[in-house]
Design a protein around this ligand. Structure first.
Ligand SMILES: [Zn+2]
Length: 498
């Protein structure tokens, strides 16, 4: 099945084929608990390769005269000083009253804003390339692009090569390669029907629990279920993950959001656009046909109506988080901005052509319902957050291409602002909320003394002009400051290859 054909199918006709589309998105699509407890710690030794991207590595580093957006939702503070000692933030305060310790390396960062390092939870280490349903692992470019874009912690929401992802995490943690901290998700927990060559089709609830056991034993620290899982399989996988203190998320279709909440799921990817709850005559354990049935049902549903409000209440009552993935959805909406030139430059020539051709085809679809759906998703996310729901953020580099780690994480924050969140709120969703979900809010997600020195330093002021989040200069992870532009540059021409 050719990718281009699938794109044509999604964008064809008034009924937007979200499910097929996201199928394509899918198509395109040690000790587990240690990460949560581990205090900030520098790798014992950085490799020569990792050192190439280090801008500052000193025992004590002082970031002086910065604007601070601390991730808590508090108002920005001007002319602040952040002191980093080892891998930890040791002081934060007004520049005038926060002296630099003797012997510290002092950086005058006037004109810059310091944010917490981003904590993004719908990430992947693979990318859609070519025309067959196989995803290429991107173990070279993606870790460095995530870090360059300011993501110091990511969760991979589904793995195509779990052993590779687990190995990459170890290589990053030991300083062999640059990259973010990674919550590695196991392989997709999915029933038959997806058509991706790399995905196992579950045969039973025991099979699902067995997969969780096996991959948790081998280093996966979270799990993701997918569109054709059954309630029994999902329930068994959740129970097994929870027994080990691990969380499970899903991109659902066969199981409704209400059903998943009752089964104890921790997070729902993508939001309302993949909720099958509103499909008339929905059969249990079955992803409704035709492929655009879910999308059509959402198009016909009032986001402010009782059905959606009731669903939000149910999710909040069950402490189910929702992950916003507007950056991937935007690629399906006609006449939205094309991805940044810098992200195009990161692609191989073939990947760039694949993206731009598909993008052009979508632009020609005058009957697309994606414009309406995109707005509905934004409205849902605002309502969910307003009702007390834990809204998370991720970029989801799948679809037909064009979602590029680092750049698209920044774009995701901009789209939250377009949805109606303030810049400070959007930054909190992309930092502290992710840390809360991961159970790591004591260590990461805000800029405060005692927390890990995971920071994003950007030129300008994203609190008043969110696009400034694109101006990453330094990304500090565990107290080591990396040069964002040097990392971006090192990935030029590689997305689509490795
Ligand atoms: Zn995904």
């Amino acid at each position: 099945m050719h990718l281009a054909h699938r794109v044509a199918r999604w964008s064809a006709g008034s009924g937007m084929a979200l499910v097929t589309l996201v199928t394509l998105a899918a198509l395109a699509a040690s000790a587990p608990r240690l990460a949560a407890q581990r205090p900030a710690q520098r790798p014992a030794q950085l490799s020569a390769e990792t050192r190439k991207y280090v801008a500052v590595d000193a025992p004590v580093v002082v970031l002086q005269h910065v604007r601070l957006v601390d991730g808590t939702g508090a108002a920005p503070r001007d002319d602040q000083t952040v002191v980093v000692t080892g891998a930890t933030i040791s002081a934060v305060g007004p520049a005038a009253s926060t002296p630099a310790p003797a012997g510290a390396r002092v950086l005058d960062l006037a004109g810059r804003t310091v944010l917490p390092g981003l904590v993004m939870v719908h990430e992947h280490l693979f990318y859609p390339t070519g025309t067959v349903p196989i995803y290429n692992e991107h173990g070279y470019s993606f870790p460095r692009l995530y870090l360059a874009g300011g993501a110091t912690t990511i969760r991979t929401a589904g793995s195509m090569e779990p052993y590779t992802d687990i190995n990459l995490r170890a290589m990053i943690d030991t300083g062999a390669i640059p990259g973010p901290h990674i919550d590695v998700t196991g392989p997709y927990l999915e029933g038959p029907g997806l058509g991706l060559y790399q995905v196992h089709a579950l045969t039973s609830a025991d099979d699902a629990a067995g997969m969780v056991r096996y991959w948790a034993d081998h280093g996966a620290t979270s799990f993701k279920a997918y569109m054709h899982v059954t309630r029994a399989e999902l329930g068994a996988a959740i129970a097994e993950a929870h027994r080990r203190g691990l969380k499970l998320t899903a991109h659902l279709c066969s199981v409704t959001f209400h059903e998943a909440a009752a089964l104890g799921i921790d997070d729902l990817e993508h939001g309302i656009l993949v909720a099958s709850d509103f499909v008339p005559g929905k059969q249990p354990d079955t992803c409704p046909a035709p492929a655009n049935a879910v999308a059509n049902s959402i198009a016909a549903t009032d986001m402010a109506g009782e059905a959606v409000t009731g669903l939000i209440r149910d999710l909040v009552a069950h402490h189910v988080a929702v992950t916003s993935t507007l950056a991937i959805f935007e690629t399906f909406v006609p006449h939205r901005p094309t991805i940044y030139q810098r992200a195009l430059d990161a692609m191989t020539p073939e990947a760039r052509v694949q993206y731009l051709q598909n993008r052009a085809r979508i632009g020609e679809d005058t009957a697309s319902s994606w414009t309406v759906l995109f707005r509905k998703e934004m409205q849902f996310e605002r309502a969910f957050a307003a009702a007390g729901g834990l809204l998370l953020a991720g970029s989801d580099p799948t679809g037909y291409g064009g979602v590029v780690p680092g750049y698209s994480n920044q774009r995701q924050i901009e789209l939250l602002v377009e949805s109606g969140f303030t810049p400070v709120e959007a930054i909190g969703i992309a930092t502290l909320n992710g840390a809360r979900y991961l159970g790591r809010a004591d260590h990461i997600g805000t800029v405060a003394p005692g927390k890990a020195a995971d920071l994003l330093v950007v030129r300008g002021d994203p609190a008043t002009h969110i696009q400034d989040v694109e101006n990453a200069e330094l990304v500090v992870k565990d107290g080591i400051a990396y040069d964002a532009q040097r990392l971006f540059e090192s990935a030029r021409g590689t997305v689509g290859l490795h």
